[in-house]
Design a protein around this ligand. Structure first.
Ligand SMILES: [Fe+2]
Ligand SMILES: [Fe+2]
Length: 174
């Protein structure tokens, strides 16, 4: 699993703190999506192999599952909003730093941020409470693999160079 523990630190503390939270949130999102996926698969299996059990018991099980699923759906929705909004805020802070210290490659770095936000927005908009199995699986791969891999690659390339430049030019108070 790609997480903060296997990621080299950059020269500015606020960036390390926020990168750690992004990895943690993506991992938490992956766990919730996997739970939602397991529930969907289970319920698909049950509806395929429905036995003539007393109706009341069958309904009770479904209600319980529906409650769990609804509460997890809300958590997934909130976590996706948090991950996206925190990323927006994080990028803004990095961009302010780059402007303030006139980091030479700031335009390319900011352009990468813009593209990633568009991609994240597209991915997050796939989520809805009645997602099918393929969509939940797709989002689980995004949270477990695609997003953390992008983040790691961005940290060890653009963020490392930018943080080191700003640190060398006196930006130690961030
Ligand atoms: Fe960053
Ligand atoms: Fe960045």
């Amino acid at each position: 699993m790609t997480d903060f523990e296997c990621t080299p630190q950059v020269a500015l503390d606020f960036m390390n703190r926020e990168h750690r939270k992004a990895f943690d949130d993506a991992n938490a999102l992956k766990r919730l999506l996997d739970k939602a996926l397991a529930l969907k698969l289970d319920s698909a299996l049950k509806s395929e192999t429905k036995s003539p059990e007393p109706e009341a018991l069958g309904e009770f099980e479904t209600e319980e599952e529906a409650k769990t699923s609804q509460s997890d759906s809300t958590k997934i929705e909130l976590l996706m909003q948090t991950l996206l909004l925190d990323t927006v805020t994080h990028f803004k802070l990095e961009e302010q730093c780059m402007e303030q210290y006139e980091f030479p490659a700031r335009e390319a770095h900011s352009q990468e941020h813009r593209l990633v936000l568009q991609w994240m927005d597209r991915e997050h908009s796939l989520w809805s409470r009645d997602c099918n199995i393929e969509t939940i699986n797709h989002l689980s791969i995004y949270a477990a693999d695609r997003f953390p891999k992008w983040l790691l690659n961005h940290i060890v390339t653009m963020d490392t160079v930018m943080a080191s430049y700003i640190h060398r030019h006196g930006g130690t108070s961030f």
